[in-house]
Design a protein around this ligand. Structure first.
Ligand code: PGA
Length: 253
């Protein structure tokens, strides 16, 4: 049985002072879950503060990007070692906002994935189609190709540890959530391609999240699908209501 994993993607929100307060409020409101791993993926500068705020709880902390080299002349970038030393255990890679605004490609996602794994981080690799691609009927083909390129050179052992987030771009921050059926179909296709690359053992153990306008009212249906192992949650992870997403089976309020 795969344990669910629900990660908040705080994006570029909250300075270290605000991040500490938000993390504490979420903990006090009961964000921990009996049936899901809970992660806060926060701006890099907030990592030490949030690691301190969640200390002693089951909540883990993640970054939102990682560079592919261990160190060197890469102004503005952050290495896997820097993230782990600051207390991060997870890292988001290839979010569509990185692809759209910062020139991230499937090839750089592949390099970052290798660096994250080599550095001992648990990667959350994002894939997903635009509205135009969905309307053209190329979603499955595109997502399969994103996964294949991202996982080039990754061993089966490492692939099994990696989390994949299916995030249709048209559903991110729009309030327009994919139907449970649409999300399930693509998450199942992702598991199929992992099976083709690594065999059924890895396909059965890899966790596939859905992301894009996840909210308290749609979480239970989405996370109840056989191939959806939790979610990557943006806007709703910045509010106390996030506890009702991490505890989607029995809401707290
Ligand atoms: P959203 O963002 O939940 O605000 O749609 C999801 C994401 O970008 O990871």
């Amino acid at each position: 049985m795969r344990k669910k994993i629900i990660a908040g993607n705080w994006k570029m929100n909250a300075n270290p002072t605000e991040a500490t307060a938000l993390a504490k409020r979420l903990i006090e409101a009961g964000v921990e879950s009996d049936y899901a791993d809970v992660v806060f993926c926060v701006p890099a500068i907030d990592i030490p503060a949030v690691v301190g705020a969640v200390k002693g709880t089951g909540v883990a902390v993640g970054g939102q990007n990682v560079h592919f080299k261990p160190s060197g002349a890469y102004t503005g970038e952050i290495s896997a070692d820097m993230l782990t030393d600051a207390g991060a255990r997870y890292v988001i890679i290839g979010h569509s906002e990185r692809r759209q605004y910062f020139g991230e490609t499937d090839e750089t996602v592949n390099l970052r994935l290798a660096a994250a794994l080599a550095g001992g981080l648990i990667p959350i690799v994002c894939v997903g189609e635009s509205l135009g691609q969905r309307e053209r009927g190329v979603t499955i083909e595109l997502v399969r190709s994103q996964v294949k390129t991202a996982f080039g050179g990754v061993s089966a052992e490492d692939a099994a540890k990696t989390i994949i987030a299916y995030e249709p771009i048209w559903a991110i921050g729009t309030g327009r959530v994919a139907t449970a059926e649409q999300a399930q179909d693509v998450c199942a296709a992702i598991r199929t391609v992992i099976g083709e690359l690594y065999g059924s053992g890895v396909a059965d153990s890899v966790r596939v999240q859905y992301g894009g306008s996840v909210a308290r009212d749609n979480a239970a249906e989405l996370f109840g699908q056989p191939d959806i192992d939790g979610g990557l949650v943006g806007g709703a992870s910045l509010k106390e209501d996030f506890v009702n997403i991490t505890n989607y089976k029995a809401r707290k309020g």
